[in-house]
Design a protein around this ligand. Structure first.
Ligand code: PMP
Length: 307
């Protein structure tokens, strides 16, 4: 169950959590005409807080709406302010931040006509997405029987609600079969991403990740590539076949919710030693230092605020 906070920013106003409701004939409920973001705020060691790459997330948010042709009534800067206002209003020093823009009531056909775009920002406390142990010990994943979207079927650069029906199918299947998470292959059979994460593998100290064509441009992915380069690792963005995962030294997921989660097995084949490998461990440790405001070299990624 989500842990309620006091208010949700709804069309420009702070609305009590239980009153932030919509009509059942909201267009987005029927046709998934909605885009969203997933952002994390962290409490820093010095007592302040920061939202990680907040403006970059809000730029992706506005771009997601543009890709779907959803009119966006707010700019990325206005959405950035809305997120900070909501975190402060709810006195949240650390939180998950969920902006959502959706097509509201009016026309009921597929064509949304002049239906208004409604926009919210909700914030709530949220721990490790895949469980506390996952960050330490890694998770067991399967390659899904569902393919990731073909790039001309769904717009994968948009964080569009409709794209997540595919993620839900894959996640449910993985959990029903006793795995923690799914890896989706694209329609050519190459590795694409997790249900809500980007994926990396390490082999002979070189880091590989699928290129951006068919996956969401994850901000954690981007951060980890920069960080890995700064630490002297070569990162190659190239097509990855499923069996590359089986013989990798390390495999790991990245994402705002998943942070950096090591993968200990793929399709019941142990990856490396079956626990967090040295590269994943190093990147995870450095990543957590950055998001907790302990590495001044990456201060430009942090939007500081005082809860
Ligand atoms: N791929 C998918 C499908 C996702 O839902 C997410 C989470 N937003 C990611 C990748 C990772 O993106 P980010 O690092 O920006 O959270």
């Amino acid at each position: 169950m989500v842990q309620k906070s006091e208010t949700i920013w709804f069309d420009g106003k702070q609305v009590p959590w239980d009153e932030a409701n919509v009509h059942v004939l909201t267009h987005a409920l029927h046709y998934a005409t909605a885009v969203f973001e997933g952002i994390r705020a962290y409490e820093c060691a010095d007592g302040s807080s920061e939202v990680f790459r907040l403006r970059d997330h809000m730029i992706r948010f506005v771009n997601s709406a543009k890709i779907l042709g959803i009119k966006m009534p707010y700019t990325a800067d206005e959405m950035t302010e809305a997120a900070i206002e909501t975190l402060k209003r709810n006195k949240l020093a650390g939180a998950y931040v969920r902006p959502l823009a959706f097509v509201g009531e009016g026309a009921m056909g597929v064509y949304p006509g002049d239906n208004p775009t409604r926009v919210i920002v909700a914030c709530w406390p949220w721990g490790a997405y895949l469980g506390e142990d996952a960050l330490e010990k890694g998770i067991n994943v399967r390659c899904s029987s569902f393919s990731r979207h073909h790039i001309n079927v769904m717009m994968v650069k948009a964080k569009a609600s409709g794209n997540y029906v595919n993620s839900v199918l894959a996640k449910n299947e993985a959990l029903a079969d006793g795995y923690d998470e799914a890896i989706l292959l694209d329609t050519t059979g190459h590795v694409s991403e997790g249900t809500g994460e980007n994926i990396f593998l390490v082999r002979d100290d070189i880091i590989y990740t699928p290129h951006l064509d068919g996956v969401l441009g994850g901000l954690t992915r981007d951060s980890i590539i920069s960080l890995a380069n700064d630490l002297g690792y070569e990162v190659r963005e190239e097509p990855i076949a499923r069996d590359m995962l089986y013989v990798a030294d390390e495999v790991f997921f990245t994402g705002t919710a998943a942070e950096l989660t090591p993968i200990s097995s793929v399709d019941r084949r142990t990856v490396g030693t079956g626990t967090a490998g040295p590269v994943a461990k190093l990147l995870q440790t450095e990543f957590f230092k950055i998001v907790k405001g302990e590495n001044p070299d990456y201060e430009h990624w942090l939007h500081r605020y005082q809860a």
